[in-house]
Design a binder for this molecule. Structure first.
Ligand SMILES: [Zn+2]
Length: 405
């Protein structure tokens, strides 16, 4: 009980009538339908299966088992004779990608002696793996040029079944792993000739543009991502939109975007360096102000301050700078008015015996905060900034008591 595979007779056939030969439960909620003929291509050879309708019932998977094509649905048709229709947009997209894959694989062998050792095709991504460790930009251009020359020549794509003893008459790019009674050979004039069970366009012009998008090293091979036809158009539209946007933003022609980006990056790095210098200068200025306002207990300089909307990182840099001087204790609070959060940083010079971690932990409960650190540097934070004044005032009292002893 074999299914007549109409997609091999005509890959452009989108619908047909067929007779149901058998139905059976496939899984819990799925049915398997076997018919005398079908336009549905099953998954195989790297090409995903067709989707479509049998008497308006969606077919969501198609498999081949021993020459029978099994259509998987969630319900059974009521009639013995049914109407079948495939999702043509999906099929033609796969025909474009799959036919393009033949030509691209041929071009890699022809120009680089790089053999196709893997092929993947799904809704979003198409790639082949070729058995070379690297492919240069120049080689990509040459492979693309050779592949698209075949497309532009609009050559016929001929599929035929041949007997095993006839195979030697064809110069195949890829040999079969095992012997078959009949072998389907797909031949594109002046380029690829390969055993294949998939669906293909009739003329190479229908493939449209073949474009390699990127390559990446994959163990000792190279993975080549590419798009053909409709996908190449979508890809070009997207990249053109992006290029036009960047061209407007950078006020340069599209061809100069890369150079303009490099110039912008250099400018940004220079500005970052200048900002870092300015930040250091501001810290020196704030530091002098803070020391002028500091309290001296015995010979210890106690600096405390609540900063509003200064970053904790800047505050940490400032605190660390101040305690490079001996006999200095720093107690900073930072209030973020946007997030209404608060942070504390307590730090002291190396020669100070007071434990900043212990001091911080004493006041953290006042702000329901968490944190910790070392005897010379401790940092904590709280989800809201209420009570931050009390926390700093209490910390000052504690330090004065400790240092004054
Ligand atoms: Zn094929």
């Amino acid at each position: 009980m074999q299914t007549e595979k109409l997609y091999y007779q005509d890959a452009y056939l989108t619908e047909c009538k067929a007779k149901i030969l058998k139905t059976e439960q496939h899984s819990n909620q799925e049915w398997a339908i076997i018919l005398d003929r079908t336009v549905f291509y099953p998954e195989g050879g790297g090409q995903p299966c067709d989707l479509g309708l049998i008497d308006n019932i969606p077919v969501h998977k198609v498999l081949e088992r021993g020459g029978r094509i099994i259509h998987i649905t969630n319900e059974l048709p009521q009639q013995e004779y049914v109407d079948m229709k495939i999702d043509w947009d999906r099929r033609f997209d796969y025909m474009q990608q799959h036919s393009g894959e033949h030509i691209l694989s041929w071009a890699f062998v022809n120009l680089m002696k790089a053999n196709n050792i893997g092929f993947h095709l799904n809704n979003n991504i198409t790639y082949i793996d070729v058995d070379v460790e690297a492919v240069s930009e120049q080689q990509i251009k040459e492979v693309e040029a050779a592949a698209n020359k075949i497309v532009f020549s609009n050559l016929p794509v001929i599929s035929r079944f041949v007997e095993q003893d006839q195979v030697q008459n064809f110069s195949l790019r890829k040999q079969l792993a095992k012997e078959y009674e009949q072998i389907r050979i797909v031949e594109i004039k002046h380029s690829d000739c390969c055993p294949c069970g998939g669906t293909h366009v009739n003329y190479t012009g229908e493939i449209g543009l073949i474009k390699i998008c990127s390559v990446e090293r994959k163990n000792k091979a190279t993975r080549v991502y590419f798009v053909c036809g409709g996908r190449a158009l979508t890809d070009y539209q997207h990249k053109n939109t992006t290029a036009n946007f960047l061209s407007r933003e950078l006020t340069v022609p599209a061809a100069d975007i890369s150079a303009a980006y490099c110039r912008q990056t250099q400018r940004w790095e220079e500005m970052s360096r200048q900002m870092a210098e300015l930040r250091k200068e501001i810290h020196r200025y704030i530091g002098r102000e803070l020391i002028a306002q500091a309290e001296f207990i015995k010979d210890t300089c106690v600096i405390s301050k609540i900063f509003v909307d200064m970053t904790v990182k800047d505050g940490a840099d400032l605190a660390k700078r101040l305690v490079t001087e001996a006999n200095t204790i720093v107690m900073f609070a930072f209030v973020d008015t946007n997030k209404n959060t608060a942070n504390l940083i307590f730090a002291c010079s190396d020669n100070i015996a007071a434990d900043m971690n212990a001091q911080l932990r004493q006041v953290l409960p006042l702000i329901s905060g968490k944190g910790g650190g070392t005897p010379h540097y401790a940092q904590g934070g709280a989800a809201n900034s209420s009570n931050i004044n009390e926390a700093i005032e209490q910390a000052k009292i504690n330090i004065k008591t400790l240092v004054g002893q």
